[in-house]
Structure formats: C-alpha cells, structure tokens
Design a protein around this ligand. Sequence first.
Ligand code: GLV
Length: 326
Amino acid sequence: MSDKPRIFLTRELPPQTMDMLRERAVLTMNHEDRYLSKQEIIQGVQGVDGLLCLLTDSIDDDILAANPGLKVVANFAVGFNNIDVAAATARKIPVTNTPGVLTETTADMAFALLLDIARRVAEGDRFVRTRAWQGWGPLQFLGADVSHSTLGLIGLGRIGKAMIPRAHGFSMRVLYWNRTRLTPEEENELQVTYCELDELLQQSDFVSLHVAQNDETRHLLGAREFTLMKPQALLVNTARGPIVDEKALVVALQNGEIAGAGLDVYEQEPALEPELYEMDNVVVAPHLGSGTIGTRTKMGNMAAENCLAACLGQRPPNLVNPQIYD
Ligand code: GLV
C-alpha cells in the first residue's frame, strides 16, 4: 500500500493543483461538475486522511463523525462558514482556509460591481442587445459619479483594506466600520475615517461589505439599516449572502430606500430572491469574487499544501482553529 496520504476532493480544481495532488497523494474525487450530497461526502471520506472541500460543501459533525481517522478539513476558500469549526475543534481536527491569495482579486470584483452599478454597464448592455437603441441621447442611462463620492467599507480585513487604494484612485473619501478600530496613525496612513455603522450608512454613496459571515454578522444589513442609507446609495456585496437580509434588500430597492445593488453572493446560493432577477438596478454575478485563473490556482495549491501537511502530521500553514494544538 502507498504511504502517500489519502485525500478526498469534492470537485475538480485547477490543473496545477490537480497535478500536485495526483503526484503527492492517493486521490479520490468527484469527477462530475456538480455539488455532492451530504451522503456522498460521507461515503467519500471513508478511510481517507484528508478532506479537501469547497465553500458549497456543508461540513457538519455527521461528516466528521463518519471517519474517526480524518486528519484535516481543508477548505478551498478564505471563508469557512460552511464548516462546523467548533465540531472539528472538539474532535481535534484542523480546519484550514486560503487567506491572502484572493485579496486583490476579490477587491477588483467589488470594484467592478461598484463601477457597473454606478454607470449602468450591464443594464446598458442588455438594452443594446435588444436592438432598441436609437443612438446617443443626452438623458440616456444616466448614472452616478464614482469619482469624489464617499465609499463606506463595512469590515476592514485584508479585502476591505485592499479597497482603499482602489477608492483613492477614484478620489473617493473612504469611511470604515470594523470590529476593532485602527490606531490614529494607521487611519492617517491609510487615509480612512472610522464611523459607527449607522453613521457610515447615512453618509456613504457606496457601501461595500467585507466582513466574514458568523453569528454576529448575519443580517447585519436589514430593513432598519436600509432606511438609514441615502436614497441614491448603492450597495456592493462580495462577502457572503447572509450578511444581508435579502428579502429586506428587495423591499428597500422596491421602495427606493436605496438606488441599487451589485451582488456576487446570496443568502441561498444558487437561488436569488425572485424579484432580484427582474430588477434593472441590480447587477447579479454568480459568486465570482476570487474567479481568476491565477487566483484560483493559488487557492488550489494553498488548500492542497494545507491538506497534505496535516495528513503528514505537520501543523498546516493556514489553520483557522490553532487552539487544537494548545
Ligand atoms: C470565496 O468566496 C472565498 O471565501 O474564498
């Protein structure tokens, strides 16, 4: 029998990562381009050392219990809300993620959505394709200025911070709200102003979400928060769907409490609140935040390295539950 670690992979990853896994592990995997059911994952983890999974796989204690020899759950994502980390920690199973490598790519996506909703690019594209366009008009598809507007960043971790130079490139004023406030020196260096959440919502022309999903951030933006926002404000969400109460967002858009939204993530992916499919002031992307060839390759390699290390009994580099080694 091979002494290489045995890894179960829930979906095909970029080619470089696949080569690495095939070379360094005994790999079993889902070869189909679809999600696996919980039962299929339970089957898949039988007898393996490591589970390499995706943000679309819900890894709960039943899955962890299905293989008492499991040595790691390695997520192909920076977010890990799909994994019951407390259950893994109780079982002393390391959980890993892929931080850092997708920061710039995800901030680019947030900015792409911001520019798109401000300047109505997707809406104009749909219009042109109907062949109804009769030529340039002084009042056609007028949008909102990005330059010199105010951006409110909710969450100032790696991706939130990466939004700052992008915003400054458009001469935007940048406000932020974060669990922990920066020091005055850091604020000065980054040229950002701290606000309480309500105040940020009241002052911003664009609000972009960059917090992790957890019990505290679920429905951070709901009916009350939308009433605080400017009627011309635009919301960008590239973080996680459940941070926004999607039903309340629909109502806020219908009532003109805010002007539009650029969304990459949803509460019940891949389903959206039905009204969102029809709204012209909403840009909807299919969870593409980290979706470049280079970044997905880096994420794959990082997740594979994490998985392989833990399978071999080493401490994996990107642990989210370091307390298991205490
Ligand atoms: C993507 O959504 C990620 O968390 O990496």
